[in-house]
Write a protein that binds this ligand. Structure first.
Ligand code: AMP
Ligand code: GLY
Length: 440
């Protein structure tokens, strides 16, 4: 089948590999020349992923039947509505359905209205003065979030990034002054526990879960530093995570099903992969956010482990015909993202990066190119995450070691990464943290 794939990051490269494996003929659209995606594409259009006229013309011209959309930015401007209007089926949500991600207020209010479990206390503000008055009335720690999209970098947490009332108000003022996210501020109750990602395939009604993944949002080793889009992630061979029980996982899946039911009820049924990010607390999973797409890096874990045909799953999501018959290999995966120097604060870009793909493959790992570009025959870094390396193994230890072996085959003098992701020590720290909370 002819499939349009939109986006040029690591998540999209992983999706394109999975589509290619399942026999798709790929037509890609992206703003950077991602060599991994281009190698699998019959044709590539380099342009803004939000340029709907160009994207639709390219799809029509090439007789594309199905579209996969990776990033949130084109979803927010209605790429699905536009493609459907020209007869292309989409394994992704409409503009209205994508509000589950594009408006944090929409999400919290929906969960509130339908009395879905896992919500956190929240309040939305369109000016700093009201936010300040509210802040003076509460006696628990909070999290400050711009309401709109910020590429995963807009959230600041009291006790971690914000240490007192003044710092909190400074950030609230900054969001309004610089119009970060473009839609005001949401102040949320802070949840304490261990974070996990539960993603699922959705066809408007039916929810088919993927293996659990844990992402690492903080920029530096030891979980410190600014929030990023995600520095790396792991998934285990049993598709659970070492600190969560089967019943807690079921609770998270039930929350996602309730959200999908609520969206159908609201007249904006949700189709496509959905991303649920939860904090596992002593009172069960609490909703941190939903994304209208795969997580990045999490997509690289689950799509590497996907055994079933991704093309079939996309078609089924797009046409409301999803079945339970989705299989993943019983393999553990550890993904570490190589990012440009300064990433999370102010990235340096344009540095040459060299890759020995054969060496990576022989190490038991997979490479996914992300925000890199090709200039004068050389591969160069962009300002966002550069390359994801996914080690695969029978257990986490083997997957982590394979990832480390493979990392030696990528060279650049202006990058960094978190070597601690997926290591026994860090995973144990998560297990101990949860144990400590449960026994307190
Ligand atoms: P988000 O972009 O909403 O995923 O937030 C980025 C990170 O901030 C999350 O991965 C969490 O570590 C943290 N965070 C967001 N919301 C909350 C919350 N309500 N309670 C505790 N931590 C949060
Ligand atoms: N890894 C978090 C995200 O994709 O938003």
């Amino acid at each position: 089948m002819k499939v349009l794939a939109v986006g040029g990051g690591g998540r999209e490269h992983a999706a394109v590999e999975a589509l290619y494996r399942s026999g798709a003929e790929i037509y890609s659209v992206m703003k950077n020349a991602n060599p991994g995606i281009m190698a699998r594409s019959k044709k590539t259009l380099l342009c803004s992923e939000k340029d709907l006229d160009k994207v639709c013309a390219f799809a029509k011209e090439n007789g594309v039947e199905l579209a996969y959309i990776g990033p949130e930015a084109p979803l927010e401007v209605g790429i699905v509505d536009a493609l459907e209007a020209v007869g292309v089926k989409c394994a992704a949500p409409t503009k209205a359905a994508a509000r589950i991600e594009t408006s944090k207020t929409f999400m919290r209010e929906l969960v509130d209205k339908y009395k879905i479990k896992g919500n956190l206390g929240f309040a939305h503000f369109d000016n700093a003065k009201d936010a300040e008055a509210y802040l003076k009335t509460i006696d628990h720690e909070i999290v400050v979030k711009p309401v709109g999209l910020t590429g995963g970098k807009g959230v600041k947490v009291q006790g971690e990034h914000l240490h007192n009332f003044e710092e909190t108000m400074d950030y609230v003022n900054e969001i309004f002054d610089a119009n970060i996210g473009g839609a005001g501020v949401i102040l949320e109750e802070k949840a304490v526990g261990e974070e996990f990602t539960q993603m699922a395939f959705v066809d408007g009604k039916k929810v088919v879960p993927m293996p659990l993944v844990q992402d690492h949002k903080r920029a530096y080793e030891g979980d410190v530093g600014p929030n990023t889009g995600g520095m790396g992630s792991y998934s285990d061979a049993d598709h659970l995570l070492p600190f969560i029980t089967e019943s807690e996982r079921k609770d998270a899946i039930a929350i996602i099903q309730s959200v999908i039911d609520a969206m159908a009820e609201e007249g904006c049924p949700y189709r496509g992969p959905i991303y649920g990010q939860f904090m596992l607390t002593v009172n069960g999973p609490k909703i941190i956010e939903f994304n209208a797409r795969f997580g990045d890096p999490e997509a690289m874990n689950v799509l590497t482990a996907l055994e079933s045909s991704f093309q079939d799953i996309c078609w089924q999501m797009a046409t409301g015909t999803l079945t339970e018959d989705v299989k993943f290999f019983d393999k553990a995966t550890v993904c570490k993202y190589i990012v440009p120097k300064g990433y999370g604060v102010k990235s340096e870009s344009g540095h040459e990066i060299t890759v020995d793909e054969d060496g990576i493959r022989k190490s038991g790992a997979v490479i996914y190119y992300a925000n890199v570009d090709q200039k004068d025959g050389k591969l160069v870094t962009g300002t966002s995450r550069s390359i994801g390396i996914v080690g695969v193994g029978k257990d986490l230890e083997e997957a982590e070691q394979n990832c480390e072996k493979a990392l030696q085959f990528v060279k650049c003098d202006a990058i960094f990464l978190r070597h601690d992701i997926g290591t026994r020590a860090l995973v144990q720290k998560r297990v101990d943290h949860m144990k400590e909370l449960r026994s307190a």
